[in-house]
Design a protein around this ligand. Structure first.
Ligand code: WTA
Length: 659
């Protein structure tokens, strides 16, 4: 039995069901009737959702799908995302509401800001960016820890119509340089560092390196670097380029005249791993994206902005941080927590302590985090009063039923429903999820598309699979927050997402899924060469390229192997160059460090195996499936398509004997 078959049959045995709590169901934002209403007239339904926002000029047409797959939503409408996230709340009398409770990692280091205060800071930052020469359409890279200033920076960009590209602070200077150059960022916003696990960790040096690399490698010059002082650590300073945030922003006026942009004006580019070594710059535009983020945040978490305290633990460097920490919650006028540090600092119960202290009611996190807490045992969360929690969310990878049940019972006090939300950087917003006041939750299933979204599981040929079978997950109708293209590469956009089911005009998500006997969906994971490590997407090819760039490496193959903690872990098979001999005693460590440096700590292989050969088909394609068998300690599957079937014996003998 292959591992997928095994997973499928295990899943079908899951029979636990959790009905929505009565009170939640009675007061739910979105009721069951919405499914049918959206189905009847999808565009009218989305138009209704767009009405949650302030439009300076209303759209003339909801959807222009005349030139698929290039969509335009709310055509002719004009809108400003930052205005919707801040000014509108102030203008409508919600200015004194707390927008963000920022919690620094060092205990006691906190700051809460109201919507009015946040609007003032964003206006100052917008003025400062204009002063630095940033104009509408210019790109700005943001490489920051989880600070209030990070949110301010993003919204300031949105306010002046300068698309931001936020690069996760855990990425290396190399990865940062690639992204800066790809989108041509004129300005980089960063900080001296941030606190992680009790210590200040530096960020500015990586920006200095990235700037040098962009210049040397690609002749690209970053014009200005705006630096927030967070830790006070020493930083190198280039007077021609570097500017302190507290000087430029602190000294700027809080008055900034807002401008409304076309609904399709670019809002941001978010890079994500694809199946080749080059990351894809996913482009999101303004009106449709903000509609999707605001609607889903309201519907899926049943947000009551007057009373809820919401907390999403995602880093702002990922799409979840964009849609469910910045744009969704702020557009909805929510009060939320933003936490700088790691869950175990200064002690393991830090998250639960924050929930108790701020009375968090809605909590959104990832299965990998839940599994690590399960391991530590329930004694830790049990020390805290988390009775305020009423809705729990999960995102990033399939949540295994045991983790779901633990989450619901230990964190949610057997009361709070869990919404398992499936979506992607590309979809911009949640697509498949239970509704907390409607759906009887099944541990492990993301259930059905939310109202307004249309998905299916289909065969290679595009036939909808019957209940009880698996296939490819597709989205069968356009949606407002869909990616518009890959930055600078329309062809790759078409190829990657729209060519497999070109005839039907469906979006191919790259995930495998199954419909159970009730027709509910179970997302099984990627069907391409993309891995999912702790909910982060990593490309096998990107890591292979990093390994091959090491002088001792001749060839490398990378697979994602099942891992109890991180979902998948990076396992690399490496052939050394002849002249490198056996590579020396520290070769494995040397290569791990190399990958860390090239891409970043999240890409560090769990295992590196030095092998004499790699299994390839006759056409030269590496058979990763077989390597995965080895990495997961399984009996190796069918080898008949191998060019040389003895290769697997060679690999396994080598591994038994050696390193
Ligand atoms: C996976 C993160 C199962 C999936 C928002 C998808 C999930 C990829 C779930 C996107 C879920 C995300 N159940 N799998 N609830 N959520 N995934 O772009 O493989 O970082 O294609 O977006 O994560 O990852 P991305």
């Amino acid at each position: 039995m292959s591992s997928t078959d095994e997973t499928l049959s295990n899943l079908s045995k899951e029979e636990r069901r959790f009905d929505p709590p009565e009170a939640l169901a009675a007061g739910a934002n979105l009721k069951a009737e919405a499914y049918e209403r959206a189905e009847r007239d999808r565009e009218a339904f989305w138009a209704e959702q767009a009405e949650r926002l302030h439009w300076d000029q209303k759209w003339e047409r909801v959807l222009d799908w005349d030139d698929p797959p290039f969509a335009k939503w709310f055509v002719g409408g004009t809108i400003n995302a930052a205005y919707n996230c801040l000014d509108r709340h102030v203008d409508e009398g919600r200015g004194d509401r707390t927008a963000i409770h920022w919690v620094g990692e060092p205990e006691g280091d906190t700051r809460s800001v109201t919507y009015a205060e946040l609007r003032d800071e964003v206006s100052q930052a917008a003025n400062a960016l204009v002063e630095l020469g940033v104009q509408k359409g210019d790109r700005v890279a943001i490489y920051m820890p989880m600070l209030l200033e990070t949110v301010v920076a993003m919204l300031a960009c949105a306010r002046i119509g300068a698309p931001h590209t936020v690069v996760f602070g855990g990425f290396s200077s190399d990865a940062l340089a690639t992204r800066i150059v790809d989108c041509g960022a004129k300005v980089v916003i960063t900080s001296d560092g941030g606190y992680r696990r009790g210590n200040p960790s530096a960020l500015k040096p990586a920006v200095d390196e990235a700037r040098a690399k962009a210049s040397e490698r690609d002749g690209f010059e970053v014009e200005k670097v705006l630096v927030v002082r967070r830790t006070g650590q020493e930083v190198e300073w280039d007077d021609a380029v570097d500017v302190w945030w507290h000087d430029a922003v602190g000294g700027a006026s809080t008055e900034h005249q807002v401008e409304f942009f076309d609904s399709e004006h670019p809002l941001y580019v978010m890079y994500t791993s694809g199946t080749t070594g080059k990351p894809k710059g996913i482009l999101h535009t303004t009106g449709g994206y903000l509609t999707g983020a605001a609607y889903t945040h309201w519907a899926v978490f049943d947000l009551k902005p007057e009373t809820d305290v919401y907390w999403c633990t995602a880093d702002v460097g990922w799409v979840t941080g964009h849609s469910y920490l910045v744009y969704g919650p702020l557009a909805n006028g929510a009060t939320q927590v933003l936490y700088e540090g790691t869950p175990d600092s200064p002690e393991k119960g830090r998250w639960w302590k924050i929930i108790e202290e701020y009375g968090v009611t809605i909590f959104y996190t990832a299965p990998t985090a839940i599994r690590s807490f399960m391991k530590q045992g329930r004694e830790i969360p049990d020390r805290y009063d988390m009775s305020s929690l009423r809705v729990l969310g999960s995102v990033g990878e399939p949540i295994n039923p045991e983790a779901y049940v633990w989450y619901r019972s230990v964190i949610g006090g057997d009361r709070a429903p869990v919404v398992d939300t499936w979506w992607q950087t590309e979809t911009g917003a949640i697509m498949i999820s239970p509704l907390p006041g409607v759906t009887a939750g099944k541990p492990g299933s993301a259930m059905i598309p939310i109202p307004g979204v249309s998905a299916d599981v289909v065969t290679e040929e595009g036939e909808s699979v019957p209940n009880g079978s698996g296939g490819y997950l597709v989205l069968t109708a356009p949606w407002p927050s869909m990616l518009r293209t890959i930055w600078g590469d329309d062809e790759r956009f078409k190829d990657t997402y729209w060519s497999k089911y070109a005839q039907q005009g469906w979006y191919f998500a790259g995930d495998g899924a199954k419909k159970d006997d009730d027709g509910d969906l179970w997302v099984l994971g990627r069907v391409d060469d993309v891995m999912n490590v702790s909910g982060h997407r990593l490309s096998t090819t990107e890591i292979e390229s990093a390994l091959v760039s090491h002088p001792k490496v001749a060839e490398a193959a990378v697979v994602g192997a099942k891992d109890e903690d991180t979902g998948q872990a990076v396992c690399a098979f490496v052939i050394l160059r002849d002249e490198a001999g056996d590579g020396g005693d520290d070769i494995v460590q040397e290569l791990r460090t190399h990958v860390r440096k090239e891409i970043g700590p999240i890409a560090t292989p769990r295992q590196i195996m030095i092998v004499p050969e790699l299994p390839k088909t006759r056409s030269g394609k590496i058979m990763r499936r077989l390597l995965r068998d080895v990495a997961e300690n399984r009996e190796v599957g069918d080898v008949t398509t191998l060019a040389d079937s003895s290769v697997m014996n060679l690999i396994q003998d080598g591994l038994k004997g050696g390193k």
